[in-house]
Write a protein that binds this ligand. Sequence first.
Ligand SMILES: [Zn+2]
Length: 193
Amino acid sequence: MPQPSPQITTFSSVHSAGIQVSLSRFKNAWFITFPRAYGMVAYNGQRIHSRLNVAEPGTRKNTFYFNTDWSIEGPVFHPFNVLSESEPVVVRPTGRKRMEKKAGSDEEVECVEFEVVIPEEGLLKQCYYCLYWEELGSPRFDRCGVNEDYYWCRQCQARGKPIAFLSSMFRRDTVLPSYGDWETGRKKDNLYR
Ligand SMILES: [Zn+2]
């Protein structure tokens, strides 16, 4: 019998109105993401709720200083509250704090360091080529290469890298709505940006 693939770790808190969320990472940048579509707040092309830190290359990947440009006009809930009181626990404060420039501004803010306590397999992945997101209950994405932070969906994997790359030229960092989004005119979000 093949082993079932490891599941995406989902969590919620009293602050998230019962909505299950997940964590995602690219290199040193951390994000709260939606592991499935939820009406208007998360659809297939857009699953990032908030970015959690200002990425710092070369540091440990399982810790981050919470510093977000998420604003009160953002969707549904404050990321700090959800992280701090999540069920199950997904991050814990290390006790370290430091001053950083607030994301998207010159103002300084005190930033609390968190350590992520869930395994890499629990993170929600996005396809580097077509920007499609994993979905709860669907087959997990594989890494594009050994020791890489890049993942690809089953469809892009089946096409192979040269074709996946060509088709991504038109779909990544799109100015025009990308393929599949013509009806809604929505832009896809991009963990890898
Ligand atoms: Zn793909």
